[in-house]
Design a protein around this ligand. Sequence first.
Ligand code: 5GP
Length: 126
Amino acid sequence: MPISGLPPYDDNNIFARILRGEIPSNKLFENEWALAFHDINPQAPVHVLIIPKGKYCSFADFSAQASEAEIVGFTRAVVVVARDLGLEAPGYRILANQGEHGGQEVPHFHVHLFGGRPLGRMVPRE
Ligand code: 5GP
């Protein structure tokens, strides 16, 4: 049972289907640990999603269940994608939504990578 409090991993979630090639994606990067593709509904000039290849439904699930090699491989992939996009010098933001309050919609762990302009406050003031 995942640690996250979310239901068990759903093999039919959108990102699982993208990983299997059943749904197209605008792919930027792929290695044995991670796949990166443009978000379908970008919230910044650069908005990329980076997902691990393994079946993890959330950050908590990934951190608890993934091997050290997967965690290192995935983390480094995020940095490589940001660097390849030319975001290292101007800067960027990474974000992972977890569960209901986090606003997580797709139950396959993913990191959002935003950049291309000053990104403002971390969290909107309600
Ligand atoms: P979450 O709210 O789960 O952190 O973010 C899910 C993200 O996935 C959203 O930003 C949404 O726009 C993106 N998304 C949902 N469906 C698709 C899809 O089929 N293709 C791509 N490229 N992005 C998607």
